[in-house]
Structure formats: C-alpha cells, structure tokens
Design a protein around this ligand. Structure first.
Ligand SMILES: [Cu+2]
Length: 329
C-alpha cells in the first residue's frame, strides 16, 4: 500500500511531478551530498583495509600451509619487531585523525543553529503518525506534503507533539530527531524540482512505518503560486452544505481546521486545502473519493491504531461529508 514502494513510478496521479527513488546516494541537496560523499570516503577506506587484511591472510594461508614431508618443529617465533609495531599503530592513528578531521568539517558545514538571512523558515512538527508543516512567514499550515522552492534554502525548526520522531528525506538531508520540548534544526537546498519521498526514521509507535512524507520541490514561480493558493481560505460550494453541516456538528471540528469556517481544531491535519495533496493518512493511500470514503468510514482499516476515530456515520452521511471534503481544493 505504501506509496514509497511505488516511488520509482514515473508519473504521479496528483500531478506533482516525477517521484524520485529515495536513495541517499542520489543527492539532490547540499547536506545530502556532503553525507553521501562522506559515506563513500569511509566505505573506500574500510574497503581498502579489508582488501589488505584479507589479502595478507590469504597469502599467508596459501604460502605457509602444511605440506607433506614438513617436519613437526615450530617455525621461528617473532617478538618485539619495532617495524611491525610501528606500522600497525601509526597507520590506524593516521586514518582515525583523517576521519575525525573530515567529520568535524562536515558537522560544521551541516549544523546551523540560527537561520541565515533570506532563508525560508518552516516548522515541522511530528505527530503520531503524521507530519505538520507550518510556514510562519506565510501563515499557512499543511500536512504530510512539504512544498519547497529551488533556489532558496529552507531552514527547519523541528518539534514534536508527543514522542520522538525523526525527519528523513534521504535525497535532501540526513536524519534529525524531533524531540518533545526541544527544537532541533535542519536545512536543505534542493537543486531540482521534483517529488522527494521520506519517512519517520525513529520508532514512534504502531504506525511508525506509515508515517511517510513527500517533499514537492517547485521552481521559484511554481512555489509562489502554490503559496498564493494555500493562503486563500476554503471556498464553499452550496451543493455540499449538508456535508459541511455534518462536518461542523460532529467531532471533526475538534481536531481539524478548515480556514474560513468554524472548524479550528489543532489536533489533526489542517484540511483547508486537503484536495491539493496527493495522499491521505501520511502517505497510506492516494487522495481520491474512494479512499476518502473508506478513510472516514473507518480510518483504522488503513492505519490500525490511528488517533482518528470512526465517527459512526451512516453510509449516506459519510458520502455527504466526503463530498464536502472534495470541495476543499
Ligand atoms: Cu516514527
């Protein structure tokens, strides 16, 4: 069911663009590039050590194996060779120093505690089991699908509403934890428009594996038009008045916000522009009428243990609520 499994697919139903394969070796942002280069360096050094050690073992085993006619005397024993001792002390020390220096340089390049002037601020909040993204400069909030521009780096405040989560989009950056009562930071500067997928990387409860996120990277102009659309309030169509009345008279409004209406709950995802998202339930299903009907009827069916309860509405009422949701474009 997971949309990550189908991530290699070229076309995207939501019209968001090509979904990239989530490989940390296909870096699409500076922090991910630094980490990928470092991984290759460490892997290269370890591979060289492996080849030397395994090679010496093989040569020794073959060359000094027992042969017919050998006598049973012990071969000469070597103790206290200064050359050998120096070699296996100095070489590892040099390797450790090299790796420490490169690590320190990379950490300095990756870690920023303050947002540089001109960067886009975004607050990412981890919830069991979905992502809230808040754009403080624009005053908008969305869920599970993060939209970013090319050409302007983004600086994240990472927070958690409940337990420890971890933000990870392999092509954009390394993992950083979202910890309750603490704000961590992360930055990315995507090079190419596209859709990058990621997921929570710290076990956070039963639905941890279905806490997916997608990052839609736009051209600067595309990002501005996305922002302009998200800033607008929900547009009401009279044809779905009954669905809206049901939504606002049941517990839906305790958890969900629809800007421009009475719904201002904060516990669940903001639904003002629900239909601008390609997926529901933090990536468990594509966002269309059939899946919304199933989701509202019984969210547990997709995500056992999910915090959203089944509202015990009749079939007709669920259809009316969903038809209202479908107008939240
Ligand atoms: Cu998790």
């Amino acid at each position: 069911m997971s949309l990550i499994a189908g991530a290699a697919a070229a076309a995207e139903p939501g019209g968001q663009g090509v979904v990239q394969v989530p490989s940390m070796f296909a870096a699409a942002s500076t922090p991910a590039g630094i980490i990928a280069d470092y991984s290759v360096l460490v892997f290269g050094i370890c591979a060289a050590i492996f080849v030397v050690v395994a090679g010496l073992i093989i040569v020794t085993v073959v060359r000094f194996r027992s042969r017919p006619g050998d006598d049973d005397r012990e071969p000469p024993q070597v103790y206290g060779s200064n050359q050998v001792e120096l070699a296996w002390t100095v070489v590892p020390v040099l390797i450790v120093i090299l790796l420490s220096l490169v690590t320190a340089r990379n950490i300095l390049a990756l870690q920023k505690d303050e947002r540089p002037e001109g960067w886009l601020p975004v607050t990412a909040i981890g919830h069991q089991w979905w992502w809230e993204f808040h754009y403080p400069e624009q005053g908008i909030t969305t869920a599970n699908e993060l939209h970013l521009p090319v050409g302007r780096p983004t600086f994240f405040d990472l927070e958690s509403q409940d337990v420890i989560h971890s933000f990870w989009v392999p092509q954009l950056s390394g993992k950083t934890d979202l910890i309750p009562n603490r704000t961590n930071h992360l930055w990315v500067d995507p090079f190419e428009p596209g859709v990058y997928v990621g997921q929570c990387a710290e076990y956070c409860g039963t639905q941890h594996a279905q806490m997916l996120l997608r990052v839609v990277v736009h051209t600067p102009r595309g990002f501005e038009s996305w922002l302009a659309h998200q800033r607008t309030e929900a547009v009401m169509s009279p044809g779905v008045a009954e669905g809206r009345r049901l939504f606002e008279s049941t517990a839906c409004v305790n958890c969900h916000t629809v800007r421009g209406t009475d719904a201002d709950g904060r516990f669940g995802p903001d639904l003002t522009h629900l239909m601008s998202r390609a997926t529901i339930g933090a990536g468990v299903a594509s966002n269309d009428r059939a899946h919304l009907l199933e989701w509202v009827t019984d969210p547990d069916h997709f995500k056992p243990g999910v915090r959203m309860p089944a509202m015990k509405l009749g079939v007709k009422q669920v259809e009316q609520v969903v038809d209202y949701l479908l107008t939240l474009k």
